[in-house]
Design a protein around this ligand. Structure first.
Ligand SMILES: [Zn+2]
Length: 359
């Protein structure tokens, strides 16, 4: 079958032979769409050092953002041909307690694998076989928007963590939502925009921060969901400071200067990685963080439960913001074109997806 592979730091579309048998509890899935993200590009460029092929292979099939359709079911599987499915990315180590209860996003041994990233082939290929228990089923009506579920699942996990941890004080507002709280999100890529939608749905007043004016699509999406785009080269916002700061950039120079402006009992989610800039944290800032009970939490990956919750949000948003999910998918490319797109962002890109439906 055709697959997009990385071999010795170079991406290509190749014919590969993977002996995948349809065992008990397993499903053969036809890939419909793959999202391309910074992780894929980091693997191709070599900047993500932890990426590795599965044992016994000199190449890795890319692809961890997936939307597929069930093609064939093995014995003992409660899925039907044609079901829309999304596979979870991380597969447990089989040793630590978190992995043994399906929370491999909190694996403690580090011996997990991640499809299309480390130690396991991904889904940028015509078909793949997986255990049904690794698949999340989506309503048919969601259609291609389901390709956004994997990035969204990571956002859902991070937000749920903050809700759990913020149970340390009374953080909800008098109307039981977060309508009295301000959230500032650094970065307006797909993850930043998904955070803005998720937090808006919870009631937050949302500000999306970037060091430039919004693109047309970013302007449309933030306006449609009722968030405010702030060009931080022109205005410093929000004042006097957010209750929740989310960094999706990975650039310390973007979020460190904002740390001492977080409101009392507020929280910071660090989500971005692989930024290159350095920034000093001063003792005065540390004092502010301490004196204000500020929570700092790093968050990665997601559980199947987070995928399921993400599916609910996509279904809700499709109704609530009819044009927004469609606008998030700014480009569709063929598997052949994808190889080039993996080496750099397209102009005006929010999410580029690889379209396998014409194959
Ligand atoms: Zn583990």
């Amino acid at each position: 079958m055709k697959a997009i592979v990385v071999r010795a730091g170079k991406a290509s579309l190749e014919e590969v032979e993977l002996k995948e048998e349809l065992g008990r509890g397993m499903v053969r899935v036809r890939t419909l769409y793959n999202g391309i993200c910074g992780t894929d590009r980091g693997i191709v460029s070599g900047s993500l050092k932890f990426s590795r092929p599965p044992q016994g292979f000199d190449y890795l099939v890319l692809g961890h953002e997936t939307l597929g359709e069930v093609q064939e079911v093995g014995e003992g599987v409660n899925l039907r041909k044609g079901d829309l499915v999304v596979p979870v990315v991380r597969r447990g180590c089989g040793e630590c307690l978190n992995c043994l209860v399906g929370r491999q996003d909190f694996c403690e041994t580090g011996k997990f694998t991640e499809i299309g990233i480390r130690g396991a082939h991904g889904t940028m290929r015509e078909t793949f076989v997986d255990y049904a228990e690794n698949l999340v089923v989506l309503p048919r009506e969601l259609g291609e928007y389901g390709v956004l579920l994997e990035p969204l699942s990571n956002v859902v996990k991070a937000v749920r963590e903050v809700e759990y941890l913020q149970g340390r004080s009374l953080w909800r507002c008098r109307d039981s939502t977060y309508s009295c709280r301000d959230a500032a999100i650094i970065g307006s890529g797909p993850i930043g925009l998904l955070f803005s939608m998720a937090l808006k749905t919870m009631g937050f007043n949302v500000y999306v921060l970037n060091r430039r004016p919004p693109s047309e699509v970013e302007k449309d999406i933030t306006e449609a969901v009722g968030a405010r785009f702030v060009d931080t080269t022109k205005e410093v916002a929000p004042l006097p400071g957010p209750d929740l700061l989310v960094d999706t950039s990975g650039h310390p120079s973007a979020f460190v200067p904002l740390l001492d402006r977080i409101k009392k009992n507020g929280a910071v989610i660090l989500f971005g990685t692989t930024g290159k800039e350095r920034e000093e944290i001063t003792a005065e800032q540390v004092t502010e963080l301490v004196e204000n009970n500020v929570l700092l939490v790093g968050s990665v990956n997601a559980s199947k439960e987070d995928f399921r919750e993400g599916g609910n949000l996509l279904t809700l948003w499709k109704e609530e913001y009819p044009d927004v999910l469609g606008k998030m998918i700014t480009h569709k490319v063929s598997p052949g074109e994808a190889v080039n797109v993996l080496s750099g962002k397209l102009k005006g890109e929010i999410k580029t997806v690889v379209d396998w439906t014409n194959g």
